[in-house]
Design a protein around this ligand. Sequence first.
Ligand code: ZN
Length: 382
Amino acid sequence: VPTDLEGPMSQRPLIDHHAHGITLGELDRAGFEAYATESNSPPPVGTTAFDTPFGVAVRAWCAPLLDLPAHVDADAYLERRRALGGAEVGRRLLGATGITRILYETGISGPDFAVPSQLARLAKAEVDEVVRIEPLAEELLREGVPTAGFMDRYAEVLHARAGRAVSLKSIAAYRAGLDVVGPGPSDAVEVDRAMERWRREADRTGQVRLTEPVLLNELVWRGVSTGLPIQFHVGLGDDDVALGRCDPLHLTGFIRAVQERGTGIALLHCYPFHRQAAYLAHVFPTVHFDVGLTLNHVGAGADRVLREAMELAPFHKQLFSTDAYGLAELYHLGAWLFRRAFDRLAGDLIGAGDWSAPDADHVADLIAGRNARRLYGLEGVA
Ligand SMILES: [Zn+2]
């Protein structure tokens, strides 16, 4: 737990309700920079991903944990990183986050990635699984499961995986947009037609990538039938995301339709739609949200974004996450920037007489972990 912060969030154990694996392999400069940005392309020749809010934050706040002075230059940072090795870097950066439980989304991976048990050891944290729903269907298509009965087979596989997981996750936003997720399951005839289109496309291109709106909606609704909460990618992501169709207000019909079943919903990242997410969390009892990933990439701007996220949303609806992927630095800064932003906000509110110190402790407790425990039905005190 970081020792240079003081406030209601500074020493508190955190549940990271959405994150991924990190690579333990050796990273050259291009390799590190590829993980340091949401862009899928290298920066223009002569520029660097270190000239970003996240890049400068790495040099400022991660360097001391690798025994380097703050603000050390990028090459020296990466050289020290290589000398220590990926596992030791992971142990140092994750070990200092105070994250005690990670909800690990296994839908994406990369070279030399830590498996969940390795990640648990490095972070000294418990790890639970979150299952991404779209790859399970893509796997079945690859296996040649026929259109007749495809969705029933999918439901079997999904329910088996769901039995060992704490949540599902949808990336409909990446494949089409959140507007494809509607107030009910897809029509069965349309599902069969879309299956055939998808199969022909896969045969033609050799890729099983699912983009059919009717099927993306159907998979979400099959997910609803598991009874698990569903996380939705919302807002910023890599350049594959349809950001113009990522406003979570597109999910309003779906949210209303599942409200009676009590399906828990977690809107992830949300930027620049975090105010829309906060509104949905305000009016719908099942909706929760985070600004994870965002805080990493806005770096020093984390204070402002967290303040905006906390304007309207009930304090019992916000969640903490890092959305770390690939780099231990994303775990470290995701936690550190969040703690600092929260404590600065709490300090201001206490100073102005808006909150008492016990109020600040109570809200910190909710967002650090209590809300996640309630939403995902997690046991334990962490
Ligand atoms: Zn993620």
